[in-house]
Design a protein around this ligand. Structure first.
Ligand code: SAH
Length: 217
């Protein structure tokens, strides 16, 4: 990946401050902190919002969707990286920021999005960053990506009402799925596959946009 940095040193410095805040908030996986220091978050936002890119807050990306708060991106990535996954599936490409973080840490990233204009923008940004290990698909995510399964990691970035069990079959042995689950009250859940058994752990309460049905062109 090449470092594209429209705001130059200012953005590098504010990004390092963000990394410091993430450390203080308890993020300790150096691989994750390194990737978040490397990837410019401001290019994943519309220009009018890009000056807020290094605040630890979620921000709108259009179509009533949001780019998750950096702490949550870091936390979910850290939880998934506990399995050191090589091939990962992401549901909800959105801006492509989380996808890019994953692409810096894993060999292959498969990412599904249901809103075409968001996918188009994400694709442009990843092209700009010259990422070559990401595959995007326009589809209704909960079916996953059966022809590319199994995945060592599955990350869901919009909240289904209940645990998306249909996805668990696409996890490889030892693989980890991380997903926000619920409606008003949501919990970030980690599911680890051990053979034919699935071990579920609650991580922390979260607030995500809902996982919705159907493709928007
Ligand atoms: N990972 C994103 C977060 C975007 S918000 C980022 O870093 O920017 C969640 C995304 O999930 C939205 O883009 C939304 O359109 C998408 N989404 C919601 N339901 C979906 C579904 N059923 N299939 C695929 N994508 C879905």
């Amino acid at each position: 990946m090449v470092a594209i940095d429209g705001i130059g040193m200012t953005s590098r410095r504010t990004r390092m401050r963000l990394i410091q805040r993430l450390r203080e908030a308890g993020i300790s996986d150096e691989r994750v902190l390194g990737a978040m220091e490397q990837v410019p978050r401001h290019i994943f936002l519309d220009e009018a919002l890009s000056h807020r890119a290094y605040e630890d807050t979620s921000l709108p990306i259009g179509h009533s969707q949001t780019l998750s708060q950096p702490y949550i991106v870091a936390r979910m990535t850290e939880v998934m990286m506990s399995a050191s996954p090589k091939r990962v599936l992401e549901l909800g490409t959105g801006s492509g920021y989380q996808t890019t973080i994953l692409a810096n840490l894993c060999e292959e990233v498969f990412s599904v999005e249901r809103i075409k204009p968001l996918q188009d923008k994400a694709r442009e940004r990843m092209h700009l960053l010259r990422l070559r290990n990401v595959m995007l698909r326009l589809a209704d995510g909960p079916m996953g990506w059966p022809d590319r399964a199994p995945f060592d990691g599955i990350m869901v970035t919009a909240a289904p009402r209940t645990l998306p069990e249909e996805l668990l079959g696409q996890l490889s042995d030892g693989g980890v799925m991380v997903a926000p689950v619920g409606e008003e009250q949501q919990m970030l859940v980690k599911v680890t596959r051990q053979g034919s058994r699935f071990h579920t752990e609650n991580i922390e309460p979260v607030r995500f946009v809902p996982l919705l049905a159907g493709v928007v062109r």
